[in-house]
Design a protein around this ligand. Structure first.
Ligand code: ADP
Ligand code: MG
Length: 393
């Protein structure tokens, strides 16, 4: 049995056990990893995520009344809420359902806020997406629940409108200030492709990103580094970028093209701000360059762009940590074509583009480098660009 069948089977078994009846259907949404384009999203820039084979599966059935019950394998809890808990609380105020079930209540809330008649439902969740590792288990949960509710209720909400609704759920009800990338990736990705997303216009393009036929693999290494001060540092980077955009007289740093970078830097007085701007402007260009190479089927050649992205995050944006830098350096030394931290920083995952035949050797080298420094041993998975949220049966 593959891991994919397994997680779906666990969702069904959980549903049967908790509700003593079979589900009406199962819906799945994947985790995601960002190939390149870090901290560009809130600067109105470009990102290039792809969906992972790791998935969250929701088994669901309609309920007779306007109540929602949800069980998750993760906690073994069943949480129940009614219309009172998912009625508009006012923008920016987290909703009354808290903890993990907030992500589910948030989706019901956002659908209702957008005027949809959401059917009551029973839900059971199982997942292979690791939590809090930067692979977007939160968006996977939102997207799988959203897909289930849209289908069960026959709601008119096309896939291209779903990311914004899921983002609204996470921002407005859970209270997490995320951008549009995670939800776009887990809903809209296609198998064998990365999703080129313009965070200003929300336009997407599916860029072929076939690894196996090229004899390549992407290793996703969970650094196991604790997220130190991630929220505060994220807010500080964001504020710095917004200040810089104001000083430069542009709406967002996306409006500074790479060829005008030197002029822009000369107009900034503070060295730290200059480094932050340099990261964002060069990173946007690296996304565009990566897309151009992938379109030309020159996949191996994106390696140096990945590594340059890492160097920029380490030296200019200052968002890496020793575990992450160790993993990148060890992967490169063991023959990776390129490697970088992925995600917001201060922990999370590293991705490495490797010759498929060398994947084990690169993973072993990272593990050995960790052992030398007495870091918590890393875990890894091999990523194959997968499809976005879908109904299973
Ligand atoms: P990430 O999205 O990077 O994994 P987040 O902090 O944004 O990290 O979201 C993780 C949270 O999402 C978890 O703490 C939990 O509340 C919720 N979550 C995600 N997947 C599940 C699941 N299968 N069951 C219950 N809660 C989940
Ligand atoms: Mg998340």
């Amino acid at each position: 049995m593959t891991a994919r069948d397994d997680v779906a089977a666990r969702a069904t078994a959980g549903f049967q056990r908790v509700y003593a009846s079979p589900p009406a259907g199962r819906w799945a949404a994947p985790g995601r990893v960002n190939l390149i384009g870090e901290h560009t999203d809130y600067n109105d820039g470009f990102v290039l995520p792809f969906a992972l084979p790791l998935r969250t599966v929701v088994a669901a059935a309609p309920a007779a009344e306007d109540r929602w019950q949800v069980w998750s394998e993760l906690t073994g809890e069943t949480v129940s809420f009614g219309t009172a808990e998912v009625t508009a609380t006012g923008s920016g105020t987290p909703g009354p359902v808290t903890g993990w079930a907030a992500y589910v209540a948030a989706v019901v809330w956002a659908l209702r806020e957008a005027g949809h008649r959401v059917p009551g439902a029973r839900l059971a969740v199982a997942s292979d997406v690791p939590l809090g590792a930067g692979l977007s288990s939160s968006a996977a949960l939102e997207a799988a629940v959203l897909a289930a509710l849209v289908d069960l209720g026959g709601l008119d909400l096309p896939a291209e409108q779903q990311p914004r609704l899921a983002q609204r759920a996470e921002n407005g009800y859970v209270g997490a200030p995320t951008g549009i990338m995670d939800q776009s990736a887990v809903i809209r990705c296609h198998a064998g492709h990365a999703l080129f997303l313009d965070c200003r216009t929300e336009q997407v393009e599916h860029i072929p990103f076939e690894l196996e036929p090229a004899g390549l693999a992407v290793l996703v290494i969970d650094s196991q580094a604790p997220h130190r001060h991630a929220d505060g540092e994220y807010a500080a980077r964001r504020a710095s970028c917004e200040r810089a955009a104001k000083q430069l007289g542009v709406t967002a740093l996306r409006d500074v093209p790479a060829e005008q970078l030197d002029d822009a830097l000369a107009r900034l007085t503070d060295d730290e701000t200059r480094r932050r701007v340099r990261h964002v402007v060069t990173e946007n260009q690296r996304v565009l360059d990566t897309v151009a190479l992938l379109r030309a089927e020159r996949v191996r050649q994106i390696g140096p762009l990945l590594t340059a992205s890492h160097t920029s995050m380490r030296d200019d944006f200052a968002i890496t940590v020793p575990e992450i830098d160790t993993a990148v350096e060890a992967a490169l030394a063991a023959g990776a074509l390129g490697a970088r931290m992925t995600g917001g920083g201060f922990g999370g995952c590293v991705l490495a583009l490797v010759e498929a035949a060398q994947a084990d050797q690169v993973a072993a080298a990272v593990t050995a480098a960790y052992a030398e420094r007495a870091f918590t041993p890393p875990t890894h998975t091999t990523a194959i660009p997968a499809a976005g949220a879908t109904r299973l049966d």
